[in-house]
Design a protein around this ligand. Structure first.
Ligand code: SF4
Ligand code: MG
Length: 321
């Protein structure tokens, strides 16, 4: 609720704070048990920072995080520990996130070491179970990360995240580093695991193609703010925000043999993302928006509900005509 994460920018010889990088700038959202909320935006939109704040890997500058009704935003490390087990993260790059000197068994069992009550043989049993669940073989336990392909390494990361039986998993671009041909396999695996284990996902991606099949709802972020959030069908068939339309326009069209006519109007995105240290006034998307008008540089549009559960922050919909 109202999450802000500002990073100080230091400058000058005295290294004083001369400004703030507003990575996340007043984001509120709810994720229901068992659902997948997709969060989409370009790199620099603040989506990974938001994920880290929700998991308390970073402290928010402002705002609160509630988990199962409890406010976890200000708990001490010790009081937070029981929640830690329920919340896990799968990172984008399975090369960087897996220690190459550890065997698969060590990597997958490591998160269990915080549970002092488990014996060695119990840990091994659990590891084999989860290794097989993610589609690897029990014998793979004795191998090292470099002996696997990118897709298999991501399966190891997923096993590592799931072995302590979390309820909520943040997936931070888990397939972005993988070959397109492997992406669907890993996405299907994550969907199956969700159904099987009753997981709740926050699924971060940089394009709308990746989250299309896995999400129940989708939020679109731009420069630290949510500009549109809606049930999946509404995002893909009735997108309202010009930025969402631009992201939809840029989804690679997969040739299914059927006509692939896009239902929303096409908008081509031009220019780069402005710096979150110095965002444009009013609507922060105005420097790239083909529909920008006078009001857009003066007044910041607020998220407004247009249809049930479909919110957009754009003057085109909320202005008095
Ligand atoms: Fe474009 Fe204005 Fe809407 Fe922003 S508020 S998305 S600049 S039309
Ligand atoms: Mg990121």
């Amino acid at each position: 609720k109202n999450i802000k994460k500002y990073f100080p920018i230091k400058g000058g010889v005295l290294k004083r704070t001369i400004g703030h990088l507003k990575a996340v700038d007043d984001v509120s959202l709810t994720i229901q048990k068992g659902e997948t909320l997709g969060i989409v935006g370009e790199s620099g939109s603040g989506k990974s920072t938001l994920g880290r704040v929700i998991l308390r890997l970073l402290d928010p500058t402002e705002g609160n995080i509630h988990f199962n009704g409890a406010d976890i935003s200000k708990l001490t490390r010790r009081k937070f520990r029981p929640y830690r087990r329920d919340m896990q993260i799968v990172f984008q790059d399975p090369f960087a996130s897996l220690n190459s000197k550890m065997s698969v068994a060590e990597l997958v069992e490591e998160p269990l070491l915080i549970q002092a009550d488990l014996s060695k043989s119990e840990r091994k049993k659990k590891a084999i179970e989860i290794i097989e669940k993610v589609g690897l073989r029990a014998e793979d336990r004795l191998k090292y990360p470099h002996e696997f392909s990118g897709g298999q390494r991501q399966r190891i990361s997923i096993a590592r995240a799931l072995i302590i039986e979390p309820k909520f998993v943040i997936c931070d671009e888990p397939v972005s580093a993988l070959d397109v041909s492997i992406q669907a396999q890993v996405l299907n695996l994550m969907k199956d695991l969700q159904d099987d284990l009753g997981l709740t996902y926050l699924f971060i991606a940089h394009d709308l193609g990746v989250v299309k099949h896995i999400s129940d709802r989708v939020a679109v972020m731009y420069l630290g703010r949510i500009v549109e959030i809606a049930p999946k069908k509404a995002i893909y068939e009735n997108a309202l925000h010009p930025y969402t339309k631009a992201l939809l326009t840029s989804i690679p069209v997969i040739d299914t043999g059927k006509s692939n006519e896009q239902k929303v109007e096409k908008i081509k995105l031009s220019g780069d993302l402005p710096s979150p240290a110095n965002p444009p006034s009013g609507c922060t998307f105005r420097t790239r928006c083909p529909l920008a008008h006078d009001r857009c540089s003066i007044v910041r549009p607020e998220l407004t509900e247009m249809e049930k559960g479909h919110f957009v922050a754009c003057h085109l919909y909320t202005e008095e005509q």
